[in-house]
Design a protein around this ligand. Sequence first.
Ligand code: ADP
Ligand code: MG
Length: 454
Amino acid sequence: MLDAACAALIPAFYQTQMVTPQTTLWDDVIGQVRLTHPSLSRGWFAELEASDLQHGVLEIMAKNSAQARYLDQHCRVAFQEAAQAATGRLVTVRFRAEVLPDQEGALQTPLNPDEELCLSPDYTFEHFVTGPCNRLAHAAAVAVSEDPGRAYNPYFIHGPVGLGKTHLLQAICHVIRKRDPHARYLYISSETFINHFIEAIEHGAMHQFRYRYRHVDGLVIDDVQFLAERERSQEAFFHTFNALYQSHRQIILSADCPPNEIPSLEERLVSRFNSGLVALLERPCLETRMAIVRKKAKLRCIEVPEDVVRLVATKIDTNIRDLEGALIKLDALSQGYDGRIRLDWARKEFGAPPGRPVPIPTILEAVAAHFHVKIAEIQGKKRSKVITHPRHVSMYLARKLTAQSLEEIGGYFGGRDHTTVLHASRVIAAQLETDKELQALMNDIAAQVKNAHP
Ligand code: ADP
Ligand code: MG
């Protein structure tokens, strides 16, 4: 039965208000959620509708089941609090997906009744910004999504946290699911795989476990580094992997380091992982970071002037998650500054932009002078220690002091590829942990280089 007092609220949600005639009660709910939970908010919240209110349960209609699932998993409390604040009543919320007539069949027979893919609607290729840091990983992901099981199998993406591994994995799943809603793809974290395996052992249900993992069209496992030191789970994974691989089913994996650097990963798994394509995601350069800030701002309907985009992208070069965090912070802070984001106050919050980035030739000059070698030798092919050490030092400093990608840095060193630059930086970083003399030397050269380019 319709709760009369509450039912009256549904039309009321859409009536303009006396206090602020431009907005409705429903706008208030959405506005409140955006304000109090900016990190949860998504651009598509604008398309949500309040569809029913009975017995104190407010039904919110999303455009599709992925949106409804996201809301249900992450936003229940946020919407509940906002609805209560807006209506002054004790209201709970329920999320539903709009069912279009031609989708009805598809929704009633999900691709895999037990384990429907649980994907973030924002993690698509359209929302992924490419640059020199991720071009290969992105292009390969697109190829895999277009020709699963054939283009690159297995496909292994690695890189530090917050650089888009999960985003790319899910983007592939979105494309495959859109093209073939009945494809049985399993997208899980390696922790879930391990938990399923342990449960199967505990309940004597290995048969079901094998069936579950081997009767899929594709297996996507995020963060496989957690398999490290899990000997029995690795064994189970190895057999799953072989079964799928031999029948040309697509396997997609991600980790925070390349296969051979995952501690205690069995050699046979390392070589299996390496047998397909291994792609690296590296830290984005300034231009890519700026493009990402613009894209994320647009998605969240936040207006950010170009000078603030540059400020944020210059200040935050760690990873993209931090970049998003900064954008959310700006949005929240703007409430204290007439709702608009401007450079004058953003500068106070984030500090002035740093000086000009240091050019790599300046680094080369300083290092060559210090070690009494020629710049051409650092850039050349000689492998004697007198040359390789200054070369490694230069590459390390180029990574530290410039916004260039590994690929671009490699270009300054006789066209070496990104793995060489990465290796050199890691060698020096490891030495720096214990070598006080090298630490002092690095500080000296860095100061000298910065002075040359204040
Ligand atoms: P990882 O799995 O590598 O830790 P995620 O895929 O979770 O990182 O990415 C962290 C956040 O950064 C996500 O919100 C994601 O959408 C965003 N992100 C990462 N790379 C990009 C990119 N190239 N373009 C747009 N957003 C990105
Ligand atoms: Mg991830």
